[in-house]
Design a protein around this ligand. Structure first.
Ligand SMILES: NC(=O)C1=CN([C@@H]2O[C@H](COP(=O)(O)OP(=O)(O)OC[C@H]3O[C@@H](n4cnc5c(N)ncnc54)[C@H](OP(=O)(O)O)[C@@H]3O)[C@@H](O)[C@H]2O)C=CC1
Ligand SMILES: CC(=O)C(=O)O
Ligand SMILES: [Mg+2]
Length: 573
């Protein structure tokens, strides 16, 4: 089947109605004044009362709380975003800690598993392998200017495997966080799903599956498709920032595009940065030195290797040679400890960390590796829920005063251990962060708050920093700068409570700090094109970033302002 996109454009020259386009409209916001409604020609189309934000929030929360399951809540929030985008983001701003688990991990995982069964409305763009050769014209169908896109082929959605086009929930969720956390206008974001087939036979056989029922294209075919895609995206929207997400093997495209386009891979680089930030704070608290660390990683995929490489860079900055730094890591994959003489051909991304000092002995289970290495740090990026058993956690506490235990796999069902187990079996000693949120815990008269080591702390700031500085590339230096900025963003109170990450409720503030760090590094490396930002001192840069952030609470004023300009009144903005 060929791609008929060019013909579609000709058949419908006016494009879709603006009210039915994703992310487009706050026109039916019940907080709009009567004058604004008349101006927007929506007068009479909503109930007559002009509502305060508080009243709107009260109703939304009542509806939300009446929903029984997380997926019902997810669907309600999806509907809210589609019908009143600014209200959705106002609610998210005020209740970020409560709502993030519903629009992001863990609930988004279940939403992706059920996507083709619960689908109700368009929320992004789908590009199929059959569209190859026509991507440029299909992309013209997107009705808005785009500053940032999150793109996936659905082949490794969280720790849930290949979900094909059902993975669309991930770009949608990540971009909602771009707007909520970094204030990128919702209509400037593009969730992008590549429909390149799937290796998931159950999906192919599911009558409701909405993607192509074909096996996954080959790596070479995917690379050609991506070449065309990258050119088409940047031709339509020069300066667009492109975030790669949840690809099964993302290393080749990162290598191929990182110095030619403004792009980064969130699973390799974003995760590396966020864990580095938490790790910097964990090392401070444990009172140990970089040279004394022995890190066991369960999982040697994109996230595992991305995090380990980022920590190597930190260890080098702390005074180790590269070889000394590399040797602080023992990576474990589905076959056991990654070694040179294991007898299988190692994937290219594992070679850097492959051990040559195992004296011919192989270690298959995590228990064996822990006994062999006696680690100070245990990281989980394996997708294997419960892999950090009570025995392993207890052993970590025997070996260390303050063991670092980070079960980072998502969603919660795949987490290598719960916060409760980590605290219980290390007797409250561990420094903990998980990929998905866990509830706080009462332990021996103290309230313990788990850290959330999730790339959501950095990708919004990396993206906004790249957009505002008009960076030609997202450099490794900019990624490192995002980690350093995040590690310094904790308040005195958060530091005093031994937190590794700032409170999620402050994430918009934190994103300003991360954005500033990213922009300054872009300037240092000369990859920025918005040169006037170089003349701003730190305070001015901070104010500039804030002034460029979408604020859903000011959207009503925007309409009033447009109206005021027309009627010659004084601007409210
Ligand atoms: N907290 C956060 O911010 C982030 C969390 N993640 C999470 O990390 C997890 C991994 O993601 P990613 O690295 O991209 O996925 P990959 O598929 O690239 O890597 C998974 C790794 O886990 C290994 N693995 C699988 N089964 C086992 C097993 N039984 N024992 C030991 N190792 C095993 C795989 O081994 P093999 O190589 O042999 O197949 C592979 O090395 C996901 O759950 C994801 O949600 C990812 C990004 C960010
Ligand atoms: C958080 C994230 O990016 C992941 O789990 O893949
Ligand atoms: Mg991801």
């Amino acid at each position: 089947m060929g791609a008929p996109s060019a013909n579609i454009q000709q058949a419908h020259p006016s494009g879709p109605s603006r009210h039915f386009v994703p992310n487009s409209s706050g026109d039916f916001d019940t907080s709009n004044t009567l004058e604004a409604r008349k101006y927007l020609r929506t007068y009479g189309l909503t109930p007559p009362t002009v509502e305060s934000f508080e009243t709107q929030a009260e109703r939304c929360l009542a509806i939300l709380h009446s929903k029984q399951t997380p997926i019902d809540k997810y669907q309600y929030l999806t509907h809210l975003r589609a019908s009143n985008v600014h209200l959705f983001y106002r609610l998210l701003a005020d209740y970020v800690k409560e709502l993030t688990p519903l629009i992001y991990t863990p609930t988004v995982g279940e939403a992706c598993q059920k996507w083709s069964h619960i689908y109700t409305q368009p929320e992004g763009m789908y590009l199929s392998y059959a569209d190859k050769g026509h991507l440029h014209s299909v992309i013209q169908n997107w009705p808005h200017n785009v500053e940032i896109t999150v793109v996936t082929d659905g082949s490794r959605i969280l720790g849930l495997g290949d979900l094909g086009i059902n993975g669309m929930g991930i770009p949608v969720g990540k971009l909602a966080l771009y707007t909520a956390c970094a204030g990128i206008r919702p209509d400037c974001t593009l969730p992008l799903m590549l429909d390149l087939g799937t290796s998931n036979q159950a999906l192919i056989e599911d009558p409701l599956y909405m993607g192509s029922r074909r096996p996954k294209v080959s790596a070479e075919e995917e690379a050609e498709f991506l070449d065309e895609l990258m050119a088409a995206l940047t031709e339509r929207w020069p300066g667009i920032v492109i975030q790669y997400e949840d690809f099964k093997n993302p290393f080749p495209s990162l290598q191929r595009y990182q110095s030619t386009y403004t792009m980064f891979n969130d699973d390799i680089q974003g995760t590396g940065a966020v864990i580095l930030a938490g790790f910097i704070n964990a090392v401070k608290q444990s009172g140990t030195l970089a040279k004394d660390q022995r890190a066991v990683f369960l999982g040697a995929g994109s996230a595992g290797v991305g995090v380990a490489k980022q920590l190597v860079e930190f260890f080098i900055r702390e005074g180790l040679t590269e070889d000394q730094a590399r040797r602080c890591f023992w990576l474990v994959d589905s076959k056991g400890l990654v070694t040179n003489d294991r007898g299988d051909k190692l994937a290219e991304h594992k070679v850097y960390f492959s051990r040559d000092d195992n004296e011919g002995k192989q270690y298959e289970s995590l228990d064996e590796v822990v006994e062999y290495v006696k680690p100070t740090i245990l990281m989980g990026l394996s997708t294997i829920g419960g892999a950090f058993t009570p025995k392993i956690l207890s052993r970590m506490a025997e070996l260390n005063d303050r063991p670092v235990v980070f079960p980072l796999s998502n969603p919660s069902s795949q987490s290598e251990c719960t916060f409760e187990d980590a605290i219980k079996y290390t007797k409250g000693k561990c420094l903990f962060a998980s990929g998905s949120p866990f509830p706080k815990l009462e332990y021996e008269g103290r309230t313990l708050e788990p850290g959330q080591g999730n790339n959501m702390y950095v990708f919004p700031g990396i993206g906004l920093g790249a957009i505002l500085s008009k960076a030609v590339n997202v450099t490794q230096g900019m990624i490192y700068a995002s980690a350093e900025a995040l590690s310094t963003s904790l308040t005195k109170e958060e530091v005093a409570q031994n937190w590794l990450y700032p409170d999620v409720s402050r994430i918009r503030e934190v994103s300003v700090v991360v954005t500033a760090g990213v922009i300054r590094q872009a300037q240092k490396e000369g990859v920025d094109r918005e040169l006037h930002l170089r003349n701003l001192n730190d305070e001015e840069l901070d104010a500039y970033i804030r002034s460029r952030m979408y604020d859903p609470f000011k959207e009503r004023d925007r309409v009033d302002d447009e109206l005021a300009q027309i009627t010659g009144q004084v601007s409210k903005l």
